[in-house]
Structures are given as C-alpha cells and as structure tokens.
Design a protein around this ligand. Structure first.
Ligand SMILES: Nc1ncnc2c1ncn2[C@@H]1O[C@H](COP(=O)(O)OP(=O)(O)O)[C@@H](O)[C@H]1O
Ligand SMILES: [Mg+2]
Length: 328
C-alpha cells in the first residue's frame, strides 16, 4: 500500500522494456519537504523511475502516488504542481532566456517572479541572449529555471548540474537550499556524491533496477561502512588502521613517538562517495548480470520519448538529444 502522507510513494515498481527489466520492484517514500537523492550507476534505472513518477512513462506494474495522484492519470492541475528538469532537454528555442521564462510562467496558476528566477539561476547577464547561443552549462540553467518557474510543490531534478563548472555548481546548491527552505520537496539524481551529500536529507541507491540501500545521508551504508581510518607514516612507510576509537589510537601513536607530532597523521571518515562505491561494487559482485555495458552510442537514457511535455503545456523534444551522461 502506498503511504498517503508521503509526497511520493512507490511500491514494488516495475518497468520492462521488452524482455529487459529496467526496474525490478522498487519501493520507497519521499516525505513532504524532503530532498531525496536517488543515486546509482549509469543504466541503474534512475531516469526510468523519475519519468514514471513525472507521468512520462507507463509503469509495467506496481503502485505509485505522487502528491496523492497516480502519475499515470495526473491531470493539468497535478502537472502544474510539479517542476521537471529532465536529464536531457537542451532548450534551444529561438527565444531569449527572459522571453522563454515569461512565456512559460504564463502557463502556471501561481508562477514565480521571472526576474527572481533569472537571478536565482545566475543568468542576469544572459537574459536577453537567445537560448541557442548559450553554452551547455548556461542552457542547463535555463532548464532548471523552467523547472522552478511554476513554483512547484515537488521538483524533479535529473542530473541537473552535469556540465556545470564548480562555481556554478555552488550557486546551484544555494538555489536548491533556498527552495528547500521554502518547503519544496525535491527528488534529485546526480553523479556528484558531494552534491548528494550536501543537498540530500536521505538517499536511495539503485543498481540494476533494484534499491540496494536507502537511508539518511549520514547513515546510509550502516555503521560498519562508516568506521574511520587513521593514517600515519612510521619509518617512512605509510600505514593505516580502521578503528572505532581513533582518538585512542592517535594518543597511542603520540605516546609511542615520545610525545612528538606523528608524521602524516590524518583521521578520515569514509565519504558518501566511498560508501556508495563500496555498496555498488558489492552489488555488482553479487549480480554481475546487472552491470551496464559501456555506452554504445544509442541514447539509452531518454529512449524513444519524443515531444514529451513538461509542465502543463510545455513541449520539449528529447528525441534528438545527444547522450549527456558522464561515465564515472
Ligand atoms: N526506451 C527504452 N527502451 C529500452 N531500454 C531502455 C529505454 N530507456 C531506458 N532503457 C534501459 O533501461 C535501463 C535504465 O535506464 P535509465 O533509467 O535511463 O538509467 P539511469 O538513469 O539510471 O542511467 C538502461 O539499461 C537503459 O538502456
Ligand atoms: Mg538517467
């Protein structure tokens, strides 16, 4: 049974493309106001799951509720409450940034202020530029701006910052934090684990169409995966030891060193990235058939979806979009 109090609730969600199973029984809830990071390698099923929840793809079986509505049957009122940033859109229209945003703002009952949105995505200086003349990263910001212009209660962000430089990514994080403060529920996919760690409240890790772990960002993977490592150098040799009592070990090292500083000393806690890589590697060892083939040039991530609409009447074509995923 789906959870009626959740912003998103899915139970045993399955999706097959012919004989291929892209989602193999996924269940989770996302609570109102939460930022949830859906993580996983290329081909894991993240975009498939998100696009089902956005109402773009039919599911093969299972239950789904998004803002209380079955996404397979959501009407315009429901769509107007969603903000959608697809993995690949690449807005390339013959309009300026400002014209495009003002145009789409008109489709929503309660849009955000166009100037505010332009400022939030850092496109003030480009607002009179034709979208097709923007750089890839700037166009991605237009995608994000179009995703939030309708003042959504629920925002889907599928790899929003791919192609951003580090400074733009930090600006984007500020924008997302502002939306969080306003109470927006956010479902985010990203290959940047630092992004997931800084923005996310909880994360789910998906591999081979299955949810292999879910939890609070600072608890995922369990306590065993989070045991700190103490590193130091003794007699010119780098050493390390995993320990749940790093302070005790450091005190012992200092004592053994006659009270002097210990060369090369550091205490490191595994990052979300370390834990993620460990969990995915474990899954791939257990289910080698789930390991995605290297990209073959076909646009696997957006499939054959053409002319899908984002927001109430927004039309975008993803059919000709090139593969934007980064292999990491
Ligand atoms: N329209 C489609 N037709 C056939 N296979 C597809 C289609 N869309 C996605 N797939 C396959 O489903 C799997 C999951 O894809 P996707 O959801 O895009 O993964 P992710 O977003 O996690 O990288 C991949 O193996 C992909 O090739
Ligand atoms: Mg994807």
């Amino acid at each position: 049974m789906t959870n009626p109090d959740a912003a998103i609730s899915v139970r045993d969600l399955r999706k097959s493309y012919g004989k291929f199973t892209a989602l193999d029984g996924v269940s989770f809830d996302i609570h109102p106001g939460e930022t949830f990071a859906l993580l996983g390698p290329n081909g894991a099923g993240k975009s498939t799951a998100i696009e089902i929840l956005e109402g773009y793809r039919d599911r093969t079986s299972g239950e789904a509720r998004v803002l209380g509505v079955d996404p397979g049957a959501g009407g315009l009122d429901w769509k107007a409450r969603l903000g959608i940033v697809l993995q690949s859109t690449g807005e390339s229209g013959n309009a300026t940034v400002r014209e495009q945003l003002a145009h789409f703002a008109g489709f929503y009952p309660n849009p955000r202020d166009v100037d505010e949105v332009i400022a939030a995505v850092g496109l003030e200086e480009k607002q009179k530029t034709l979208i097709r003349k923007l750089s890839g990263g700037q166009r991605r910001r237009v995608d994000v701006a179009l995703g939030i212009i309708g003042n959504p209660a629920l925002l889907f962000l599928d790899e929003p910052t791919t192609g951003f430089d580090p400074e733009s990514r930090r600006q984007f994080w500020q924008l997302i934090r502002g939306l969080k403060t306003d109470g927006t529920t956010i479902l985010l996919t990203t290959h940047y684990l630092d992004e997931a760690a800084t923005l996310g409240d909880r994360a789910g890790i998906i591999a081979g169409g299955r949810l292999i772990d879910i939890g609070e960002i600072d608890e995922i993977g369990g306590t065993e995966a989070r045991v700190p490592v103490v590193r130091w150098v003794a007699d010119g040799v780098a050493r390390e030891q995993r320990t749940t009592t790093p302070a005790t070990l450091v005190a012992e090292l200092v004592a053994a060193n006659g009270g002097a500083e210990v060369p090369g000393l550091e205490v490191v806690r595994p990052s979300l990235e370390d834990i993620y890589l460990e969990l995915v590697a474990r899954h791939e060892t257990a289910f080698p058939e789930h390991v995605e083939e290297p990209p073959s040039g076909k646009n696997a991530s957006t499939g054959s979806a053409t002319g899908v609409s984002t927001g109430p009447t927004r039309e975008v074509s993803t059919g000709s979009a090139t593969e934007k995923e980064i292999a990491r």
